[in-house]
Design a binder for this molecule. Structure first.
Ligand code: UT7
Length: 323
């Protein structure tokens, strides 16, 4: 059986760090409120002119170097993003060109904060069906460009960044001992649009609009949906949630991470949290957390890793990977 194995990963963050105290100079908020309600202490914000493709390219180069392969070996580039450089073409094609790739295919995936999990599911499927052997998957965002900086209920929550993985076909036995993606589970419910959306778009307002969120409502659904996605992914591979070595969640709010762990009886020490340093970076959040835990030595070859996310749409999902 063919498995999509993650052979390298890398990240890229804008050099510009904005602390809660920095924000409090221009927004009616405080370090204390943001820390207590979200766990966030700082976020990276792209400088003027710094685009999603710049961050995606940085993460891509780091992931390729980590995998020890050249861009010429890639069959596809997938970018999960809600903040593309342009309405078209896909940001993935910009990355493809800048990597010097002259063959293969490149396209974007839009599932907001769940984008990396959706992209992982697509990449896994393409590899397992033999349509591609090696795929670069990137989650990259400049969420700061989509924020209403006069709305303190949203602008303090988000940040910019990118994370990437290289997936490659690898022969497995078809059991849980295989390295690579063991399963992915995707969900959405379009009826919940009004709780989290951008109030603009090409066909409606001819502009990107700004992010709008009913935070409390999103929070209520987040713990329930994320817990359900974790259980669905564990059940699909016939394992107990307690068998998972590392949980790599979407980094929206420390209280969501804690609430989900409590609901499922997960040891908080197994939950990778980078929300304090990165804030919510949407599709970049899961790969940024993943790279952090791989590089600091927590996630090791052979570990069972469960990634999950939830975002606008709503979309949500989970992926179980043997590292
Ligand atoms: O990535 C997609 C998924 N997104 C999420 O998962 C986000 C989910 N939601 C959340 O994380 C939380 O609901 C928030 C962090 C957005 C808000 O936390 P909360 O505990 O639900 O606060 P709240 O909205 O109930 O607001 C409490 C108070 C309000 O004041 P009053 O009405 O009690 O006087 C707000 O006006 O806090 C006030 N407030 C603020 N105060 C200082 C709201 N934002 C701020 C702020 N600084 N930035």
């Amino acid at each position: 059986m063919i498995r999509a194995r993650i052979i390298g990963c890398g990240a890229c963050l804008p050099s510009n760090i904005v602390t809660n105290d920095d924000l409090a100079k221009t927004v009616d908020t405080s370090d204390e409120w943001i820390r207590e309600r979200t766990g966030i202490t700082q976020r990276h914000i792209a400088l003027p002119g710094e685009k999603t493709s710049d961050l995606a390219l940085g993460a891509a180069r780091a992931a390729l170097a980590d995998a020890g392969i050249d861009a010429g070996e890639l069959d596809m580039v997938i970018v999960a993003t809600t903040t593309p450089d342009e309405s078209f073409p896909a940001t993935a094609t910009v990355v493809q060109a800048r990597l010097g790739m002259t063959r293969g295919a490149a396209f974007d995936v839009q599932a907001v904060c769940s984008g990396f999990i959706y992209g992982l599911s697509v990449a896994d499927s393409l590899i397992r069906t033999g349509a591609a052997r090696t795929i670069l998957l990137i989650g990259a965002e400049t969420m700061s460009r989509l924020l209403d900086w006069t709305d303190r209920t949203t602008c303090v929550l988000f940040g910019d960044g990118a994370g990437a993985v290289v997936l490659q076909a690898h022969a497995g036995h078809g059991d849980n001992a295989d390295q690579g993606v063991l399963n992915t589970r995707l969900f959405s419910d379009g009826r919940l649009h009004d709780m989290l959306y951008a109030d603009g778009g090409v066909s409606s307002t001819q502009s990107a609009g700004k992010l709008r969120m009913q935070g409390k409502e999103v929070f209520k659904h987040a713990v329930t949906n994320i817990a359900a996605a974790i259980v669905a992914s564990a059940e699909a591979s016939h394992i107990a949630v307690s068998d998972v070595d590392w949980f790599v969640p979407h980094q929206a709010n420390q209280r969501i991470l804690d609430g989900t762990a409590r609901k499922l009886g997960i040891d908080p020490a197994k939950v990778v949290s980078t929300v304090a340093q990165h804030g919510n970076t949407s599709a970049a959040s899961v790969p940024l957390a993943l790279v952090t835990a791989v590089k600091d030595g927590r996630i090791k070859r052979g570990d069972l890793v469960l990634m999950e996310a939830m975002g606008g749409g709503f979309t949500w999902g989970a992926a179980l990977v043997r590292w």
